[in-house]
Design a protein around this ligand. Sequence first.
Ligand code: HEM
Length: 329
Amino acid sequence: MDFLAKLVLSVLITPLLYGLYLASQVLWPYVKSIPLRRRLAHLPGPPVTGWFILGNVPDLVRTPVHQCMAQWTERYGKIFKVELPNTTAVVLTDPEAVAQVLKVERFEKLTTSYQNMEKLTAEQQPNILTEPLSAYYKAVRRAVTPAFSTANLKRFFPRLLDITQRAMAGLEAAGPAAALDMDRLAQRLTIDVIGSFAFDRDFGATTDIAQPNEALQVVGELMTALQRMLNPLNRWFWWRKEARWLWASRRRYDALVRRALEDLRARPPAEHTLLHHLMHLTDPDTGKPLSARRLRCETALFWIAGFETTAHAIGWTLMFIAGSPERRV
Ligand code: HEM
């Protein structure tokens, strides 16, 4: 066979093989999950309307997940099942039942759903959120716990007030007629709170709420890029625009984390800060301080972990307060 024929053949065969590989990525997990699906068949749950292999994913794509879950809770009660391509998930919305389940040892830590959070930096390696209950995980957890102690949070409180007042001054300057994205403002707050609490630095996101801010921009963009990667098409077809966008956002975030850590090495953070604890942690796997790589991964995770979680909590709280004048103080 001459060179040209081989080339044409491989151009035709490569997509076919990749297609088969992708099909196996969906089919094999589905087949493996059949016994579990049978065991949970008795539970109530939303019907599967589209392709059986997709389960309830089309519903979750069409309607925002939290709204879907709220509707299903109303319809199917406190325990129901949701069919996913690789498993059947059991949803518990009863706090007492959740507390009981969390005490069962084999439910101690499920890291699979957070694998995406390893793609924060170029390293792509486990961090406190995605690492199972290993000696390394326990060491990081133990090391950062003092930063979250009540005494430490109380010490930090005046700084928190300063940051909030800075944001309030920005709101007042904008005036009552201004239309402002409160969730974005809450994100600015979280950038500065984490900046101060974790890094002992002022990232200035609340200094002028009308101005762009680099940390806000980079962290916010990475979060959006990570969310888009929940769509498996963006993971499998790595040449798609969204996938390339994730790489670019990750590179920018990586650079931000590296710069922050270089700055902290030159001017170490105060003893009560999160980064101080991480920088002085002995890695149980090596008996030495955390490698630069592990330190970058943990720093990247903590920065992200407190960002949208807290901002959305603030955003929703404000929305509910705004809708319930009798609850305002
Ligand atoms: C309202 C705000 C927050 C919410 C709703 C929230 C939510 C959560 C949830 C649900 C988990 C458990 C994940 C799981 O194991 O399934 C978690 C873990 C974690 N969160 Fe948050 N979080 C918030 C704020 C923060 C902040 C401010 C930080 C740090 C600056 C943070 C750092 C972490 C870390 C490191 C873990 C992993 C803990 C471990 O596996 O031991 N979170 N968060």
